[in-house]
Design a protein around this ligand. Structure first.
Ligand code: SF4
Length: 468
């Protein structure tokens, strides 16, 4: 009996979803370890499996339900005792999740993230399925003390939670609540913690990072001289840019080499932010600007504040101010009412814009969103055709851009090196886990080190480089 009491509970953890969810997973893992539970490398053989899910669109939900099904099968085979589902999917579906997937022992909403160890222990001693939910979160979580899933030399840094925009296709505001900025002091403390643990690259995330500080009334200083050559005339209301102010503070952290700003809402990119990036030695010239579409009618129907004219002007101005900038965007094809002509407009636009990287989704009519019930839904077959056509068009652009880089020199951050001396790394224009990579020949450096390289070839979307 005494021996049985001493046996530690093992926990298998499956982390799904976007970088915001990864941070939540890292926080949960830290709480699990802190409570003295053992984290198992083999979820299928653990006492408890926690699946931290995404519930944003249908494929993410399907992936989560598949992971749940597999865990429940293992439970029925007797290898797992309990299955706990956490994160966005339970937050979105609530108790309905029990009906959509058999065999779940507990569901855990976003607001219960830091209680995961207590919930695991309670679930082990409880026979009935239980829900730990609550409303959409309305506070901002302290993300310090994380057990990093990412390599130690780079990490995600969340500066806000939730979203105040109401894009008609998006479930995020419903799942993650209204926009809340993380207080600057807390952001800086988290950044310092990550850097002292070995991170040289921080990837700044939030639903819309350009919104940072607006709810805190951060730097509500009215400009006396409205900027005449604003990148986006009409969007700069004279309020100083909270994100620019924040990154200027982050830059001061010794040991931090790269700061990458993700999820820059186009309408929120103003002169001050661009100047902060241009004048910085640490903020990489990388713009992740999700535009979703280019046709004005579709943008309006999506409830995006942008117009074709503004987006084109933004791209032109970014390229002229920072000729070496790398541009990434995200698009949706097959939005309700999208005609062949509007889709062709989008195709012509991406040929003109020549994005360095591009992600594209088919439109999914998610329940609870305005667009789900819009008339003129596009058949799945057409959506898929458009997705393929668009990605093939972008592929040609990306491959040509890669070829143009042959012979040039790039500073690479090494992510991994194998025993044969072949490494993987990234130059500033490649964000981790989402963009292409540099394959490094003759790499004598270690992960986390910066090296000088020469581009010697290409391999699909990736660059082949040699350490100099
Ligand atoms: S900006 Fe739009 S697409 Fe992005 S999270 Fe907010 S509502 Fe969703």
């Amino acid at each position: 009996m005494a021996e049985k009491r001493q046996k530690k509970v093992t926990v298998g953890f499956i982390a799904l979803g976007c970088p915001k969810n990864i941070i939540d997973s890292e926080r949960m893992l830290a709480e699990i370890a802190r409570a003295g539970l053992l984290i198992s490398a083999e979820p299928e053989n653990a006492d408890v499996v926690v699946i931290n899910t995404c519930g944003f669109i249908a494929p993410a939900k399907a992936e989560a339900l598949e992971a749940v099904k597999h865990a429940v099968d293992c439970k029925r085979n007797g290898t797992i005792k309990k299955v706990i589902v956490a994160g966005c999917l339970p937050q979105r579906l609530g108790r309905e999740l029990f009906n959509q997937a058999d065999g779940i022992d507990a569901i855990v909403g976003l607001g219960q993230r830091d209680n995961i160890a207590r919930i695991i222990k309670k679930t082990l001693s409880c026979g009935q399925p239980a829900a730990y939910l609550g409303q959409s979160p309305h506070t901002i979580s302290d993300d310090r003390v994380r057990l990093l899933i990412t390599p130690r030399h780079w990490a995600y840094l969340r500066i806000s939670e939730g979203c105040n925009h109401r894009c008609s296709f998006c479930t995020i505001p419903e799942i993650r609540g209204r926009f809340r900025s993380k207080p600057k002091e807390l952001v800086l403390a988290e950044a310092a913690e990550l850097v002292s643990a070995g991170a040289v690259e921080l990837n700044i995330i939030g639903q819309d990072t350009t919104y940072y500080g607006r709810d805190l009334k951060m730097n509500p200083v009215r400009s006396k001289t409205p900027d005449a050559c604003s990148l986006l005339a009409g969007t700069s209301n004279g309020v100083k840019n909270g994100l620019a102010a924040l990154v200027r503070e982050l830059e001061k952290i010794a040991g931090l080499a790269w700061i990458r700003l993700m999820y820059l809402y186009p309408a929120g990119i103003d002169d001050e932010l661009v100047e902060a990036i241009a004048g910085s030695k640490k903020i990489v010239h990388y713009f992740d600007v999700p535009i979703q579409h280019i046709n004005n009618k579709i943008l309006k129907s999506m409830r995006r504040p942008d117009t074709r004219e503004r987006i084109c002007r933004l791209i032109e101005n970014l390229r002229s101010r920072l000729p070496d900038c790398s541009l990434r965007t995200t698009l949706i094809v097959g939005f309700p009412g999208e005609t062949d002509r509007q889709f062709n407009e989008l195709l012509d636009f991406i040929k003109w814009a020549e994005f360095d990287a591009l992600g594209c989704f088919r439109f999914y009519p998610e329940s609870g969103t305005g667009a789900a019930d819009m008339p003129a839904q596009v058949p799945d077959r057409i959506k898929q055709q458009r997705l393929e056509q668009l990605m093939l068009t972008q592929q040609k652009i990306a491959f040509a851009k890669n070829k143009n880089r042959i012979g040039s020199r790039l500073t690479c951050l090494v992510d991994f090196v194998n025993n044969e001396g072949t490494g993987r790394g990234r130059f500033y224009g490649q964000a981790p886990d989402i963009d292409s990579i540099c394959i490094i020949k003759n790499c004598s450096a270690n992960p986390g080190q910066f090296i000088d390289t020469k581009v010697v070839g290409t391999k699909d979307y990736d660059l082949l480089v040699e350490q100099i």
